[in-house]
Each structure stands twice: as structure tokens, then as C-alpha cells.
Design a protein. Structure first.
Length: 234
């Protein structure tokens, strides 16, 4: 029996795609509102067997009902693909996820937290370097060599898969194991900001279904408002 959460979603995505000026929705030129074909039950069983974890219910029903990936927030939902007998997720930075450790609980606070705070307080200041007659580029490189192995350690993202690239190295993860299972976390580490849970306007954690349907509803509103503007002669 089809889960009611996803009934009609493929058709709604197609309707947005067919609307005038739908390409002006952020990210649409990339995914073009195209959805991959849904996985079969056998596909999903093989994927979960290979990664060693049963995926969160909302996401696995999306894969079976809506599509393996494609149209979605920003540049789209990273598709799950089978290549030469192995399943993986494809997208900008998707390989940051360690698929051998998806059964490990995702940490609400990653390791090295205190050390990272100390290092951030030591972030090189270009004016200080000039005053000390130091080469700023060299000082920054030395700082990054200490910072990056800790901030981007795979220990900080076990139990999660990347599902979306927002641009400028900002990404979003879906947690598949541990207390945060089924929820979306935002990754702005490229800007020096640690991983944080994605929250709604009421401060509640955003699950995969809410994440995707919020995007779809927002896209529908954008298209409808533009249609109204055209009818009004704007």
C-alpha cells in the first residue's frame, strides 16, 4: 500500500516543471525538476544490505514512491545509484559520507569539539601578521593544516548520508543511525560553522519528508505568484 505522505508528489513536481518560468526557482536549471525512477523493493533491499542499515522510513518510502533522487531543494536530492553492482549516492561531495560506517550512531556533537573552539579563536588575522612581519598565506596554511583534519574528520559524520548541495560547499545530511535518525543536519563547515540540526520556525527538527515537502510547497507558491503577476500585467 502506498504511503499517503508521498501520494501525488511526482505529479506535483511535474506540474511545477510545466509552469511558465519554473526555471527561475533556485536550482531548477540544475535538476530541471526531473526525478529519477523509483527504486524497486529488490533495489532497496540490496542497497540496505550493502550499507548495513535500514534507511529511515520517510526516506525509504520516498525512494520507492517518488524517485531515487533528482528534483529537490537547491541543486536537487542526491540520487542513490547502482554502479557495477555497488550502491552509492552521487552528488557534489557525496563521497564525504563513509558508507562503511552508516550503522554507527551519528554524533550530536562531533569529536574534537573543544579543540576546534580553541583553534577557531586562533584564526589568523591578516593585520596581526603584517604587524609581526609574518607571511599571512603561510600562517593561514599552517592553521588550516591543524583545522581541517579535525573539522572534516569522518568521525563527525558517521551514520549519515549527504542528500543535497546548497552551493559554495554548503551541504545537508540525512541521519540514518542513532538518536537523530531521519532528521536533516546542515553542514557549513567550509565557512567555519559546525554541523547543526536543521530546525523549523518552531525550533523543531526537520525530518526528510518535511524537508522535501516544504521545498515542493515553496516551489508551488513561487510558480503561482509568478502566474498571478503575469495575469495582472506585472
Amino acid at each position: 500500500m502506498e504511503n499517503s505522505t508521498w501520494v501525488g508528489v511526482r505529479e506535483r513536481v511535474r506540474a511545477v516543471a510545466a509552469a511558465p518560468r519554473s526555471a527561475s526557482v533556485f536550482g531548477a536549471p540544475g535538476h530541471r525538476f526531473l526525478l529519477e525512477e523509483p527504486l524497486t523493493a529488490a533495489d532497496l533491499a540490496e542497497l540496505e544490505s550493502q550499507v548495513g542499515v535500514v534507511l529511515p522510513t520517510e526516506y525509504r518510502e520516498f525512494l520507492l514512491t517518488v524517485g531515487a533522487g533528482g528534483a529537490g531543494l537547491a541543486y536537487g536530492v542526491f540520487p542513490a545509484r547502482r554502479v557495477e553492482g555497488r550502491w552509492w549516492w552521487e552528488g557534489d561531495g557525496a563521497d564525504l559520507a563513509d558508507l562503511t560506517r552508516l550503522a554507527e550512531p551519528f554524533p550530536r556533537q562531533g569529536p574534537h569539539h573543544d579543540r576546534l573552539r580553541e583553534l577557531w579563536a586562533e584564526y589568523p588575522d591578516e593585520d596581526d601578521c603584517a604587524a609581526a612581519d609574518e607571511d599571512y598565506a603561510e600562517v593561514m596554511e599552517a592553521w588550516e593544516q591543524r583545522w581541517e583534519p579535525l573539522m572534516f574528520s569522518s568521525d563527525r559524520t558517521v551514520g549519515a548520508v549527504l542528500v543535497c548541495h546548497l552551493g559554495c560547499a554548503a551541504r545537508q545530511w540525512l541521519v540514518v543511525s542513532g538518536p537523530e535518525r531521519g532528521r536533516i543536519w546542515r553542514d557549513d563547515r567550509a565557512d567555519g560553522v559546525d554541523l547543526v540540526p536543521l530546525l523549523d520556525d518552531q525550533g523543531e527538527p526537520v525530518t526528510f519528508a518535511r524537508w522535501y515537502l516544504d521545498w515542493l510547497e515553496d516551489s508551488e507558491r513561487q510558480v503561482q505568484s509568478r502566474r498571478g503577476g503575469v495575469r495582472a500585467g506585472v
